[in-house]
Design a binder for this molecule. Structure first.
Ligand code: AMP
Ligand code: ZN
Length: 493
């Protein structure tokens, strides 16, 4: 039998060409995918989580189609400086200094947090998760290779990529972002250390460590540390080769991070690294990009518990994932309590229909064209991973499920194919999760809790403090916390 990927060939929007192209893997049946991982100096916020969830969905779909996917997502544990620039303090070292901890304690704490959050959001672990500090040797080798080609130079113990020399020799720095050299030169800010560079557009491959910089390694040029852009080139080449299939990250990484990666890869091997460069769009809050540096963030943990003034209540991780999947990965998605409430309704309706489907009997064929529906679902996914269109098709299927009580207008063999495909789309590909007891359970709990909260309010109205306290304390002992707010009382487990 043909693998699913040949029945439903994937088309992918390639930032490198600006076009939708058919995915033709470097090696038949195999996909190498690299995604820039988190810089582990603080809790991942919901925006970061959106990008990683988008690529988890893409990983899940490609695997489902029958590709053997090697998915590499790194951990940036050194070299990422403040303001994403070539100067300033290392983000991890700064946090370590403020908290009087070892940098590796910071790395450990936030790597563990990141894994927990992604696990709750139903993301599968990548095949390889390399760290920047574990690949210093490879980064030094790559820097040397670029110096040997004449496209990098040493200056005061640091090494910079020579953008002018590279482009003069036929290089195409600017190919991804579309930026022209004169814009790049005038656009670079006057930062400390710029005097080491021949051209303001040049970027660091290796930086000499100042006496205060504690994360440092010996190299032929100085005791120092690698440039942030270089890490991803070194690690993707090591695990996926000089030419692989997909490179992903958030839109904000397109320039300069990915532009620099492409230049480094091409300077070293003559190849750009990935054939297809994919960018997940931003999650916004109040219309502005969710960003750690501006403090405009919500943490996934706050969303799960409801512990944030922007939220009326907590949301299950699978609901949060559904909220993300309702938008195409390349569209901006704005966060709000209302949007989450709407997503919760849709999520619970979908999972309730799935639960109902499990108990339905086949009543013989009706007019639902199952094969046409399956084709539409796959075609939407193969069309640049269009999850919102897939979800629209799943809602058509809900109508069929809810048409009759107890039975469904499908033949017995179609019913079993239908169930199998619903499982694949809802759980294996979208990555939703059926909480213990199912969605019906949580709806029932919500209703029961509404009643308990009302009884407690009545007790308080009657100044029956004993009963009110008893309710609160007994719930607390059972792990349910009541939260009194301006909008009334809510609960969190
Ligand atoms: P960082 O840890 O800062 O390197 O970011 C990790 C990933 O999160 C990168 O791929 C970023 O592009 C992505 N990212 C950062 N902010 C947002 C946002 N508001 N929405 C979506 N992705 C984001
Ligand atoms: Zn990267």
């Amino acid at each position: 039998m043909n693998p699913l990927y040949s029945t439903y060939p994937v088309h992918i929007e390639n930032s490198l060409t600006g076009a939708k192209e058919q995915l033709v893997p470097v090696s038949e049946g195999r996909i190498g995918m690299y995604v820039c991982g988190p810089t582990v100096y603080s809790d991942v916020h919901l925006g970061n989580a959106r990008t990683f969830t988008s690529f988890d969905f893409i990983f899940r779909y490609l695997s489902h189609l029958g590709y053997k996917v090697r998915y590499v997502r790194n951990i940036t544990d050194a070299g990422h400086l403040e303001n994403d620039a070539d100067e300033g303090e290392d983000k991890i070292a700064k946090k370590a200094r403020l908290e009087q901890l070892e940098p590796m304690e910071i790395v450990q704490r936030y790597t563990v947090d990141f894994h927990k959050v992604m696990d709750r959001l139903g993301a599968l672990p990548p095949s390889i998760e390399p760290t920047a500090t574990g690949h210093i040797v490879e980064q030094i080798e790559m820097t040397q290779a670029i110096i040997d080609k004449g496209w990098a130079y040493e200056s005061n113990g640091s090494v910079y990529f020579d953008v002018d020399a590279y482009n003069r020799d036929g290089g195409d720095y600017g190919v991804l972002s579309g930026r022209k050299m004169d814009e790049l030169q005038s656009g670079s800010r006057a930062l400390d250390g710029q005097e080491e560079k021949r051209n303001p557009a040049d970027f660091a491959l290796w930086k000499k460590a100042s006496p205060a910089h504690i994360m440092r390694w010996p190299s032929p040029w100085s005791v120092g540390f690698p440039g942030w852009h270089l890490e991803c080139s070194a690690m993707s080449t090591k695990y996926l080769g000089e030419e692989f299939d997909i490179h992903g990250g958030g839109m904000d990484l397109k320039f300069p991070h990915h532009e620099c990666e492409i230049a480094q890869n091409t300077a070293t091997s003559g190849k750009k690294g990935a054939k297809y460069w994919l960018h997940a769009n931003m999650l916004t809050l109040n219309g502005k990009r969710m960003s750690k540096s501006t403090g405009n963030t919500i943490l996934p943990g706050e969303l799960f518990s409801g512990n944030n003034p922007l939220l009326a209540k907590g949301f299950r991780p699978s609901v949060v994932r559904f909220f993300m999947m309702q938008a195409h990965y390349s569209s901006v998605l704005d966060f709000s309590n209302e949007a989450l409430l709407a997503a919760e309704k849709g999520h619970d309706k979908l999972l309730a229909a799935w639960s109902k489907l499990q108990g339905l009997e086949a009543s013989g064929s009706g007019d639902f064209d199952l094969q046409a529906w399956i084709d539409k679902c796959y075609q939407s996914l193969s069309d640049n991973f269009n999850s919102p269109i897939l979800i629209a098709h799943l809602f058509e299927a809900i109508k069929l499920i809810n048409q009759n009580e107890g039975s469904i207008a499908l033949s017995a063999s179609d019913l079993s194919v239908f169930k199998e495909k619903m499982n694949a789309f809802v759980f294996d590909i979208l990555g939703l999760q059926m909480e213990e007891g199912g969605s019906a359970h949580s709806e029932a709990l919500d209703k029961a809790m509404d009643l308990v909260i009302e009884l407690r309010a009545k007790a308080r109205e009657n100044k029956d403090w004993g009963t009110a306290d008893l309710i609160r304390d007994q719930l607390s002992a059972a792990g349910i916390k009541l939260k009194d707010g301006a909008e009334g009382t809510s609960y969190e487990i």
